[in-house]
Design a protein around this ligand. Structure first.
Ligand code: NAP
Length: 248
């Protein structure tokens, strides 16, 4: 088994790559700008006895995605596990719609999932085995985080595609699921008022804390494992009980 994690230089993607490597899976770490961070993840995995390599590509660009998969195959072999994690958040609401920011979010959050899944599918079909996990967000479920009006539909589309791809690819033995994280402490969190945000968001979860990238990595590791072999087309919410709390 070989895994590719998109946007794995930092945050949730990095934790997923480290966790899969820890489970003995060679991992391709994709990144956009942050070569140093990607290489440090590769080094960390190597030091722990695992195998990883870093490959730069904008996953929103189909040509770059094809090159990414070609380079990954040359390095480790065809991809069996794909984690579509790369994503960006531009804040906005009805009064502050920015079409450029919206296009960028659609390109990274949605187009990336399309291009990478299409690039991975032929080999997975050939092997009659493939495991795909898309990283969504509880924003897609309508939770009230200020300023995520335009981000939310990009993630709702990811969840819709998760089910459609599961339907199309299931007969070929390929499982497609999504993880919808709640509030996770990464660079996505605005550093300006980090302390205050952490306190507020911790109070929103039944478990009384913010999530860590490792919390999400554990759920992804389960979904790509044989333990989840009869699970497909599902959205696994990992939010410390926040969604349920808000519904009461
Ligand atoms: P992050 O810390 O900001 O890291 C984003 C990662 O994505 C970086 O590795 C970045 O690469 C990469 N990236 C961005 N655009 C890319 C592109 N076009 N092509 C390839 N890689 C790209 O973000 P995060 O918080 O870990 O979020 C990871 C995923 O979880 C996203 O899909 C996000 O929407 C979702 N999520 C996050 C939270 C949260 O609370 N943090 C909650 C729900 C869902 P470089 O470092 O090279 O720029």
């Amino acid at each position: 088994m070989i895994a590719l994690v998109t946007g794995a230089s930092r945050g949730i993607g990095r934790a997923i790559a480290l966790r899969l490597a820890c489970d003995g899976i060679p991992v391709v770490i994709n990144y956009l700008n942050n070569q140093k961070a990607a290489e440090s993840a590769v080094e960390e995995i190597g030091n722990a006895g695992g195998r990883a390599c870093a490959i730069q590509a904008d996953t929103g660009d189909p040509d770059q995605v094809n090159q990414l998969f070609q380079q990954a195959e040359n390095r480790f072999g065809p991809i069996d596990i794909l984690v579509n994690n790369a994503g960006i958040l531009h804040r906005g609401n009805i009064d502050s719609y920015d079409p450029v920011a919206m296009s960028a979010m659609l390109k990274t959050n949605l187009d990336s999932v399309i291009h990478c899944t299409r690039a991975a599918a032929p080999n997975m079909r050939k092997n009659r085995d493939g495991r795909i996990v898309n990283i969504s967000s509880i924003a897609a479920h309508g939770t009230a985080a200020a300023g995520t009006t335009w981000y939310a539909p990009t993630k709702a589309a990811v969840e819709s595609l998760t089910r459609r791809f599961a339907l199309e690819l299931g007969p070929a033995g390929i499982r497609v699921n999504a993880v919808a994280p709640g509030f996770i402490l990464t660079d996505m969190v605005d550093p300006a008022n980090r302390e205050e945000v952490v306190k507020t968001m911790a109070a929103k979860a039944v478990l009384g804390r913010c999530g860590t990238p490792e919390d999400i990595a554990g759920a992804v590791a389960f979904l790509v494992s044989d333990q989840a072999r009869f699970i497909t087309g599902q959205i696994l919410t990992v939010d410390g009980g926040r969604t349920d709390f808000l519904s009461h």
